[in-house]
Ligand binder design. Structure first.
Ligand SMILES: NC(=O)c1ccc[n+]([C@@H]2O[C@H](COP(=O)([O-])OP(=O)(O)OC[C@H]3O[C@@H](n4cnc5c(N)ncnc54)[C@H](O)[C@@H]3O)[C@@H](O)[C@H]2O)c1
Length: 369
């Protein structure tokens, strides 16, 4: 097993990363001196992994959560907090989020609110969670059709990554996790893109290496921007449209697939506005091609709904924009993010350009129906 400290702002978060390491995770949890360990887990994960994770689960109170992205809301936080209070949670307890990014966000926000903040650890079980959602202090849930709009910043006490969870992860969820790695390559370029490209070209995936690459990429942007309010806003590439699609498609597409479509749409907008040339667009497409064919929703999303949700994007306010504009992360070319004059990596985009992009998206989706 490898251990390292992930430094973000003033936080020094211990990471342990390995394969099939339930015993080691149980030992490390024991060292944290909690009065109670309370595992909150995705029900799919419990079904598939509770036997293997017996060393952890036998010492903990276990709560299964049957929900999904469409249930990631304040009602779920309240319901979970109520169950934990009944189960005897105290200020010295530790919550353990054993699941994907949805479960991690729900548990992280609940931990931030219980007793105004208790400890929690991440035990991520999806590829996306292993390198992306656990490497963020943001804990949020959805409200009024807007993604992650209610939340706070709360650092995990530790993160335990066990790649053996990937053995049961459906291929669609593997692609979802790869999408955020490809996003990092599109915004960072350089050595990271070269290393990711080489790793994805191997006949067998070296998950430990790939996950550590993703974690390091996020650290490069977040170390001095732990709240993701300036340079690290670039990590939101593809998310303005992606988040709008994710909720509008009602869970038909994964988070990663929506972000991949969101990146393709952002590149169309950048080309349409004359920021990205054809060669840049081709290189952008060839990165997305590495993800294979992106699934379309079985039923075409209502574009009015997508339009409304784009306006509800949770980055509103970082860049002053007009009433008919939306702030988006755009690229001039792969590896080159556009910055506003005030320095944030955001560009004001007129809704007219968004409308043209939605026309392209509608045609792309209908072609395959
Ligand atoms: N806080 C952040 O900065 C941040 C960053 C990225 C993503 N997110 C959030 O993460 C969420 C997406 O997370 P996700 O992609 O992990 O999806 P998810 O948590 O919905 O999990 C996807 C599916 O995989 C199943 N699953 C999980 N682990 C499994 C395993 N080992 N084997 C078999 N099935 C398994 C789950 O039951 C679920 O059906 C979104 O809500 C997104 O907003 C947050």
């Amino acid at each position: 097993m490898t251990s390292f400290i992930w430094q973000v702002g003033t936080h020094h978060i211990p990471f342990l990363i390995g394969t099939d390491c339930a015993e080691a995770v149980a030992r490390k949890l024991g060292e944290l001196e909690a009065d109670r360990l309370l595992v909150i887990s995705d029900e799919n994960v419990l079904r598939l992994h509770s036997q293997r994770y017996e060393p952890v689960l036998q010492k903990a109170h276990v709560t299964g959560w049957p929900g999904s992205e469409m249930d990631k809301n304040l009602a779920a936080v309240e319901s979970l907090a109520s169950q934990l209070i009944v189960a005897g949670v105290t200020r010295r307890s530790i919550l353990i989020a054993m699941g994907g990014g949805v479960l991690g966000n729900l548990t992280g926000l609940t931990a931030a609110l219980l007793f105004r903040g208790i400890r929690f650890v991440h035990l991520p079980t999806t590829l996306l969670a292993m390198h992306d959602s656990v490497t963020s202090l943001k804990q949020g849930v959805n409200c009024a059709g807007a993604k992650n709009i209610i939340g706070g910043y709360h650092a995990p006490t530790a993160v335990f990554v066990d790649t053996a969870f990937l053995q049961t992860l459906p291929s669609a969820q593997i692609r979802s996790g790869l999408t955020e790695l490809v996003k990092n390559a599109l915004i960072l370029g350089g050595d990271y893109a070269a290393q990711l490209s080489a790793a994805l070209g191997e006949p067998e995936m070296d998950w430990l290496g790939i996950i550590q690459l993703g974690i390091a990429a996020k650290q490069s942007l977040m170390r001095d921007d732990p709240h993701e309010r300036s340079a690290a806003l670039a990590l939101e590439y593809g998310h303005t449209i992606g988040h709008a699609l994710e909720l509008s498609c009602g869970g038909q597409l994964s988070h990663g697939d929506c972000v991949a479509w969101g990146m393709r749409c952002a590149a169309w907008i950048s080309r349409d506005l004359g920021y990205m040339n054809e060669s840049g667009l081709e290189r952008h497409e060839s990165w997305l091609d590495r993800l294979g064919e992106l699934p379309r929703p079985r039923e075409l999303a209502d574009m009015d709904e997508v339009r409304r949700r784009i306006r509800l994007d949770n980055k509103r306010g970082y860049l002053p924009v007009g009433a008919d504009e939306v702030a988006m992360v755009l690229l001039r070319e792969p590896g080159l993010v556009m910055n506003a004059e005030c320095g944030v990596p955001l560009t004001a985009v007129r809704m007219a350009a968004v409308e043209r992009m939605l026309g392209c998206l509608g045609r792309a989706w209908q072609m395959e129906q």
